[in-house]
Design a binder for this molecule. Structure first.
Ligand code: HEM
Length: 262
């Protein structure tokens, strides 16, 4: 390996290098979540808005965009976990060697909670990908967007809008999302505030503000993500047939009721 590569690798293995990796990958993952929640909220605008958005994600950069994002996310998650786990290990080793004060017990408790919430988030992401991306549940896998097919003869696309609503109609699935996303937001509220410290941006004056920002982002994400299963479970969000879907049904189904005017 050339000297520059060696120096970079050495920096990445150092304590400050690993802390920087946790912070930078954390920022990237929070930006992903903010983008993801904004996209998901299109479900409240209706089938067309949600499915257009999902189609855009799958077709951008000739279909390669989604793969670039997936590989980038995978690398970010992998580095985030590796750097965090190795820092926690180092911390524990240093603590047991040097002191056993109550304050350190408190500190290691919060990092232990971070590890457990982190592992639950990981399990959730695996479930979530099987649920909505791989679609292992046949009831969610075969949902063609009828309105789109009628408007674009010869083309088809998955009805992501119907899939999300059907998915959350299962109360156990919704409950799992609620628990996992609550843990995710608790993880973020702590993580975002620590990030400023890692990047050396914490002063006595800014500490309270940074803590509040951590909470504000975590709460905004919590409300944004959980508004969807909450709306489905309460019946506020239903998989209604789209107006264009009804219109499209007329030529092939003479018995179908004519769409209401106005
Ligand atoms: C109510 C909450 C959520 C909803 C409704 C939702 C919805 C979706 C949908 C519909 C997809 C698939 C898009 C498609 O392939 O067409 C997706 C993908 C994804 N979601 Fe979520 N999501 C939610 C929460 C989350 C959370 C909290 C995380 C992360 C912790 C997350 C991470 C991902 C990832 C990584 C993918 C990409 C999988 C891939 O295509 O490789 N989602 N989500």
């Amino acid at each position: 390996m050339n000297p520059l590569g060696k120096a970079i690798l050495q920096f990445c293995r150092s304590t400050i290098g690993r802390k920087l990796i946790v912070a930078l990958t954390g920022v990237l993952l929070v930006l992903f979540l903010l983008g993801h929640v904004a996209g998901n909220l299109l479900v409240f605008q209706g089938r067309e808005a949600m499915n257009d958005y999902a189609q855009f994600l799958h077709t951008m950069l000739h279909g390669q965009g989604v793969w670039i994002a997936r590989i980038g996310l995978l690398i970010a998650v992998g580095l985030h976990i590796w750097a965090t786990v190795s820092l926690v290990k180092d911390n524990r080793a240093a603590r047991t060697e040097r002191y056993a004060l109550p304050a350190t017990v408190q500190a290691s408790k919060s990092s232990r909670i971070m590890i457990w919430s982190g592992l639950t988030i990981l399990a959730f992401v695996v479930f979530h990908i099987l649920h909505f991306t791989v679609r292992i549940d046949p009831a969610l896998a075969n949902l063609p967007d009828a309105a789109y097919a009628a408007a674009h003869p010869g083309e088809s696309r998955h009805d992501v809008y119907a899939m999300v609503i059907k998915g959350f109609q299962n109360p156990l699935v919704s409950l799992f999302y609620i628990v996992a996303i609550t843990l995710l937001c608790s993880h973020l509220s702590h993580g975002i505030a620590s990030l400023f410290q890692t990047l050396g941006w914490r002063s006595r004056k800014s500490a309270a503000l940074e803590k509040q920002l951590g909470w504000a982002i975590a709460i905004a994400l919590w409300i944004g993500f959980l508004s969807i299963p909450a709306a489905v479970l309460t019946g506020a969000l239903k998989d209604k047939p789209s107006v264009s879907g009804q219109k499209a049904a007329i030529p092939s189904d003479p018995a179908a009721p004519a769409p209401r005017q106005g």
